[in-house]
Each structure stands twice: as C-alpha cells, then as structure tokens.
Design a protein around this ligand. Structure first.
Ligand code: MG
Length: 408
C-alpha cells in the first residue's frame, strides 16, 4: 500500500465559553488542522494537529514530497524520513509527524480490520477515565454559558460538569488570579467534593518559593499531583525537595532527552504524555515504558483536542499498563465535533475506547466543511493573549494577576 495524497483542512470549532489560563485565553473556539492521508487502495487515514491556517496546511502539503509512495505500515521509516533528530534541528516537525502517524495507524487498522489498540499491545481496559478540567472562564458571547470567576461560580461549574459527565477527578487550571485566591478556590473544591481527587496546574507561572508555599498548604487534600507549579527541571526539583506532593509536568519532559535527564536527576514524579507533543502514539507508548521501568508515574495531557486526537488518547489510554490517573481532555468544553455522530459520549467520568477498525471514528464531511468555513470567517487567535485585557502579557514568575473581584 502506498500514500498517494495528503489533505489538510483548518477548522474552528466553538467552545462553550472562552477559557482562561496563565498565558491568556482560548478565545471561545479551538483551531485545529484536520489531516487526511490517502492511499492507493482508497483508504483514508485521519490525523489532527493543534493550530492551523495557511502555514500549517502548506507544511502538510510540503510533506508530500517525502511521503507520496510511502507504505503507511513503515512507521519507523516514517519517523526518520520526516523527523530525523539531527535534521529536526532545522525543521521541527514533531507535531506534523504525530498527525501523519495517527493517520497511518488509522490506515493500518482499517486495512487489517482491527482497532489501533489491538496492534499497539492490546487494550487493558474498555473505558478510560477523565478529569473534569476546570477553567476560570469568561461568559459566552451568546449568554448561554456564564462566567466562572468567583469561588461560588467555580464550585457550581464543577457540580454542573460532575452532574453532566460523572467526573470523579477535578483538575483546576490556575495561574489566572493571585495564588492566594486560587489556593482558597482549590481548598473549597476539596471541601465541596471530598470523595473526589484533585489536581491543580498553574502552567508553570509561579516562582519556586510560591510553589513551595502553595504545596505545603494543600498537603491535606486528596491530590493526584501538583502540575507544573514552576518552570524548568531545576525549578521543579527545588520545589520537590521541599514538598510532599508528587509533581507532574507536561512542559519540561516532552521528549526522550528530557525524560533521560529526569531519570538521571529526578525532578518530576509524573510524566504527562501527549500524543501530539511527543510525536505520536507510539512515542508515548515508548515513553510510558521508560516510566514503567523507572517507576515514574504516567498520565495523559490534553493540548485541546477534537475527536480525532481524542480517539488517539483513548487508544493510548487503553494500552498503557501504568496509567493510574484519570486523563485530561478539553473535549467536554466543546460545543460540537467533526465526527459522524457528533461528540463522543462521556458517562460516569469515562469514555469507551473505540473498537471499530483503525481509530474507530468517521469524519463528518458536512461538519468539516461547516467548521472550515467558520475558520475562514473567524481566523486564528493568539493563545498567549487575553481578548479582555488588551496589552497585557504575563511575566515568569508572574505577578500580573487578573482581578478576581472584577468581571472583565
Ligand atoms: Mg499542564
């Protein structure tokens, strides 16, 4: 079987409401690139990458000179063709590689008539558990979804998500307001949901000293871990030396070089694997095996997915023996998806692992066209800017907090 064409389409899919984080905001939508790899046997594999626009589409078009004629089964050759580690110094293609790998795995599964998890080790579980992923947010423009700013609003929002989806784990995206306010919010969540486990992630925007201060005050809470309180392996190591809560990262251990450093000079306890950032599902499985060997914790990060990437997270979650944590997803904050059947279902805080051939999902071409047209109208947005705070940008460590007393 040979690859004969690659198509890339940028889409913009609305979120329920704009989500706030330490660097800015998701401006009420996710922009993603949907990738289709087409073979001479008529099979089409699906991939997905964060961001999009003309430049991303051109990058995928540029890969055709490398990949037309390539056999989708030859996954290791694929890696060296487009992602050779020394050539990558000049052309960072890790995320492109991931999208193409998803599509090739989808093709292989379709070709063999088996789900991807079946040839990535076989599934160890039929469902994968998710964390609620709580954000402070602005109210939606259409007024359907209220702001989440006060602690009462945050608890109500958590209760609403728990009722709708059954989450037993709550992750709070922090780093928006002053750490003292976010400590109060986190402690209130622990009081309101005493049976559930919690984790908090300020996207690395606190100083080492603030991180230690925060960690010591949440020691009595049922924490999964404290995620990226500060930046850098050295900063995290210093925090870890002075706290009893496991530390997790999706920012400073995102490749094998960094994973090796973290084994040789331990700084972080739990590694959040991301099928995009690591360059594919197979890279995540390899990384999880290193974590298993050295008894580091493994969990799954969300970089803001639609259903194609979500399915890669489900197949990954199904085959990792050492996945002991609920995985992260932004998915439930979306209003729609580009798959046939609409959004995949979440019940009791879990999603079923797809069992159809390949990734087990089908692209809805009407939805693809609809959300591609929406992207053409709305364009991209800057992830590291806040639409309601013009001119603002954060420092590291940050001290330019949003005002929790003021609706923006
Ligand atoms: Mg994170």
């Amino acid at each position: 079987m040979r690859i004969v064409d690659i198509r890339a389409t940028t889409v913009s899919v609305p979120l329920e409401a704009p989500l706030r984080h330490s660097n800015g905001e998701h401006w009420g939508r996710f922009v993603r690139t949907i990738v289709e790899v087409i073979t001479d046997e008529g099979l089409i594999g699906l991939g997905e990458m964060g961001g999009g626009g003309e430049s991303a589409e051109l990058q995928f078009q540029g890969l055709k000179q490398y990949l037309v004629g390539h056999d989708p089964f030859d996954l290791e050759a694929l890696r060296f063709k487009i992602c050779n580690p020394t050539a990558s110094l000049y052309n960072n293609r890790t995320q492109l590689m991931a999208a193409i790998e998803f599509a090739c795995l989808d093709i292989i599964g379709q070709s063999l008539g088996i789900p991807v998890h079946k040839f990535l080790g076989g599934k160890l579980r039929d469902e994968v558990a998710f964390a609620s992923y709580l954000f402070f947010r602005y109210s939606s423009d259409d007024g359907l979804y209220p702001e989440v700013r006060t602690i009462g609003q945050l608890v109500d929002h958590t209760r609403d998500l728990k009722e709708r989806y059954g989450f037993r784990t709550h992750k709070l995206k922090a780093g928006v307001f002053h750490p003292e306010y976010e400590l109060e919010a986190y402690q209130e969540l622990a009081r309101a949901f005493p049976q559930d486990s919690l984790r908090i992630d300020p996207n690395a925007c606190w100083s080492v000293e603030q991180s230690i201060w925060f960690a010591r005050r949440i020691e009595g809470i049922r924490n999964d871990y404290l995620e990226d309180p500060t930046w850098g392996l050295n900063g995290l190591r210093r925090v870890g030396e002075k706290t009893r809560i496991p530390l997790a990262t999706n920012t400073v251990v995102v490749n094998f070089e960094q994973l090796a450093q973290n084994v040789l000079h331990p700084a972080v306890d739990v590694i959040l694997l991301d099928t995009t950032f690591w360059g594919g599902m197979r890279a995540c499985i390899k990384a999880a095996a290193v974590c298993e060997t050295f008894q580091l914790g493994a969990a799954v990060h969300s970089s803001g997915e639609l259903g194609i990437q979500l399915s890669t997270m489900l197949h990954l979650g199904a085959v990792l023996p050492n996945l002991t944590f609920a995985i992260d997803a932004h998915y439930h904050h979306l209003r729609d998806d580009i798959l046939v059947g609409g959004k995949m279902k979440m019940e009791r805080g879990k999603m079923k692992v797809p069992d159809g051939p390949g990734l087990g999902i089908t692209l809805d071409r009407d939805k693809l066209a609809h959300y591609a047209a929406l992207y053409q109208r709305e364009g991209s947005y800057p992830y590291d800017r806040d639409s309601r705070r013009p001119g603002w940008y954060p420092l590291l460590p940050n001290d330019r907090w949003a005002d929790a007393n003021q609706s923006e």
